[in-house]
Design a protein around this ligand. Structure first.
Ligand code: L34
Length: 260
């Protein structure tokens, strides 16, 4: 019989430099680990860290049996090559699912990990009793971290998916078709009420810090909530789900490594 007790998930979080938003998110991740009993280790590296130093740390953590998941908090300072760092994380410890191996597995539909933010969005939709099957799903934003994988996950659930971006023509009309609208643009109040079909489900992935320090999503919440059937707030919507999905991925990584 398998000894369940011997599985001990461990998460290594690497943060480079002094981005205040990254600090908040990393603190949230450590706190979540502590709350649910996941061992976590933080590596706070100075702004001047070199690519080689960062890669050496990733290599060391790839070999560390206490560590099941490695997360390099993005964005990195501009002198560092994010793609190169991600490529050097062992795919079996890639709890962000950013490594091309895991990205490819998601495309095929045979995956171990899902990227945390899009997975969190899917959980919110499912827990609200909403089934994307056959529905018009519009994703605004095409980043590798959110927009593209989000579209793929909605497609896996049989949604009819459209991806919009800065070159999209008639953005308003396309958004108004959506039964499920996911905003991942990175611009405060970008989605206005006239872009939303009455009764639509609106998910706000935006995390914009206004000059007054207030956190604000991509959706004009006060106006859009009047027309939407369901809408996620910022803060208190997708952000905490991102952290929850990281916990799920870390446990999954530990289980998979244990089976080997
Ligand atoms: N490698 N980098 C890597 N993985 C990730 O999954 C992330 N992301 C994004 C930025 N860089 C990353 C995050 O963790 C965004 N993100 C994230 C995580 C948590 C929250 C927001 C973004 C969050 O908890 N937001 C709170 C408010 C926090 C605040 O006050 O600033 C909320 O309620 O939305």
């Amino acid at each position: 019989m398998k000894n369940e007790k011997s599985i001990e998930p461990g998460l290594a979080v690497i943060i480079v430099g002094n981005d205040p938003a990254s600090r908040v998110y990393v603190n949230g991740k450590k706190k979540a680990c502590a709350e649910i009993g996941i061992y976590s280790r933080e590596y706070a590296l100075p702004e001047e860290t070199t690519q080689q130093e960062l890669l050496d740390l990733v290599q060391k953590l790839n070999q560390d049996p206490q560590i099941s998941g490695i997360l390099v908090q993005l964005p990195l300072p501009s002198h560092l090559d994010e793609t190169d760092v991600i490529h050097n994380i062992d795919p079996s410890k890639d709890v962000d699912a950013f490594h091309p191996f895991n990205v490819g597995k998601i495309m095929i539909g045979d995956f171990d990990f899902l990227p945390c933010t899009p997975a969190g969005v899917m959980e919110l939709i499912a827990e609200s009793g909403i089934d994307p099957a056959g529905k018009e799903c519009v994703v605004v934003g095409r980043s590798n971290i959110v927009g593209k994988p989000q579209a793929m996950l909605l497609l896996h659930k049989n949604g009819t998916v459209t991806i919009c971006h800065s070159k999209t023509q008639n953005l308003k009309e396309v958004c108004r078709r959506a039964d499920i609208l996911v905003a991942a643009v990175g611009r405060a109040n970008f989605i206005t009420a006239d872009m939303v079909k009455p009764g639509a489900v609106v998910i706000d992935v935006g995390m914009n810090r206004l000059d007054n320090g207030k956190l604000c999503g991509d959706v004009d919440f006060e106006a859009v909530k009047q027309v939407a059937q369901a809408i996620t707030p910022v803060p208190g919507g997708v952000g905490p789900m991102t952290i929850t999905m990281l916990m799920r991925n870390t446990i999954k990584a530990a289980e998979l490594q244990h089976q080997k």
